[in-house]
Design a protein around this ligand. Sequence first.
Ligand code: CAA
Length: 255
Amino acid sequence: MAIELTRVDEFALITLNRPEALNALSFSLIRDLGRALDEVAAGEARGLIITGAGVKAFCAGADIKELTGRSMMPQRAGAELGQATFAKLDRLPVPSVAVINGYAFGGGLELALACTFRIATRNAKMGLPEIKLGLIPGYGGTQRLPRLVGEARALEMIMTGRTVDAEEAHRIGLVNRMVDGDPVAQGVAFARGFAEYSRPVLALARDAATRALDVPLTEGLKVEADLSTLAFQTKDAAEGMAAFIDKRKPKFRDE
Ligand code: CAA
């Protein structure tokens, strides 16, 4: 299978498993990824970690060999499939962490951009090289990258196709952290930073921050007022505040 869905401790782990093609995103791999994301959404995992098989690549992007010679309507359907699949990451009930363990180009970087967090091994190289193929990104890169690193840096990456290394990616906020050692262990260590908190409240926090970027500030503040009020209504909020007052560790139950 080009997509492997396994479990590491309390986390789901998706491995892109096509190392012979640097884990490039064939359409069948994208469909399998969509099914795996549905399974994660329906399951009990406290977070999702995504990484690439092998030592060379997270994912080298859309499968260029499949893209050539496609007419306009199938190409449009392909972009919609990729976008819809990656959008599942935005709606996942748990946070996701892309562990970029090598090349993340084109659709590969776009997949990482759709995750809640990104961490990168020191050998990681990232870019949107579509322009070199006479293309532009089609799986969300033109929209998510400027939101993350700002318009000027995003336009430079999109319009020059320039590759950034892990250090620069960290500096410009493209990745949260640079890591050494086993990528999965590093992904798990990162995910431990949020795993103990309430799942529904984590989802509200993510929605408030990401939805706010889609609307003017006044609307975003309304979204925040609504979602923070919703968080306040959860049993986990009652437990968290009671635990503070009792000077004990809270026990969240995802309610
Ligand atoms: N699609 C299909 N096959 C790919 C691939 C891709 N995106 N990237 C690598 N491969 C294949 C190669 O064809 C090669 O297969 P063969 O051995 O059968 O020839 C194998 O993976 C190993 O690749 P290389 O020999 O090229 O490895 P390298 O170490 O010399 O170079 C690389 C690595 C710099 C990542 C190079 O493979 C490369 O530039 N790949 C393409 C990157 C790219 O342009 N990605 C954007 C794709 S378009 C896109 O993603 C559109 C979108 O927005 C959705």
